[in-house]
Design a protein around this ligand. Structure first.
Ligand code: FES
Ligand code: FES
Length: 197
């Protein structure tokens, strides 16, 4: 079957998709977007997390056929996505359900050239920069999934408590950092978000 969908603001189509093919496989093997990591393929580790119509999902558990006509955002498009949100909502942090990254807004957003598709050469999103600044990346395998999940948390809650952060990231496993620096990174990004006027 052919699947038409949007990835990081750009219309894409995948041909000859077989019934059991996952969204993760399509992203990595067909579209050359290896940011979403393939670790467990069972929905256990969260390393493959992407946003599907704005909602974080394990792309290894989503059948490619299910994304027909829908919007996918991967870590490669995260910086552009965050920038779009920032221009739609200066100061960041919008009330839950009232955010500018609705499906309609996402559909109006267009990626800007090849770099926006791969993420190369684009400015980092605030959460990406915070992960670097807080030293929350070691091997980096879990990082893309954590970034997507954390960014979504900060979109709907600009002052998350530690419990909120833990809950939002509870589906993302990391074998390296012991999580404390990851928590620091999300706290840092939230604090910086709060500073923007
Ligand atoms: S690879 Fe999808 S949750 Fe682990
Ligand atoms: S940084 Fe290595 S698994 Fe998280």
């Amino acid at each position: 079957m052919r699947v038409n969908f949007t990835v990081n603001g750009r219309q894409q189509e995948a041909d000859d998709v077989w019934e059991g093919e996952s969204l993760l496989y399509v992203l990595r093997e067909r579209m050359g977007l290896p940011g979403s990591k393939n670790a467990c393929e069972q929905g256990e580790c969260g390393s493959c997390t992407v946003r599907l119509d704005g909602v974080p999902v394990c792309s290894c558990l989503v059948a490619a056929g299910q994304v027909e006509g829908r919007e996918v955002t991967t870590v490669e498009g995260l910086a552009d996505y965050a920038k779009h949100r920032e221009s739609a909502h200066p100061g960041g942090g919008c009330a839950s359900g009232a955010c500018g990254t609705s499906l309609q807004d996402a559909q109006q957003w267009k990626a800007k050239g090849q770099d926006s598709q791969t993420g190369e050469g684009t400015e980092l999103s605030p959460i990406q920069q915070a992960f670097i600044d807080a030293g929350a990346v070691q091997c980096g395998f879990c990082t893309p999934g954590l970034l997507v999940a954390a960014d979504e948390l900060l979109e709907r809650n600009d002052t998350p408590s530690d419990a909120d952060i833990r809950e939002a990231l509870s589906g993302n496993l990391c074998r390296c950092t012991g999580y404390e620096k990851i928590l620091d990174a999300v706290r840092l990004a939230a604090a910086r978000q709060g500073e923007v006027v």
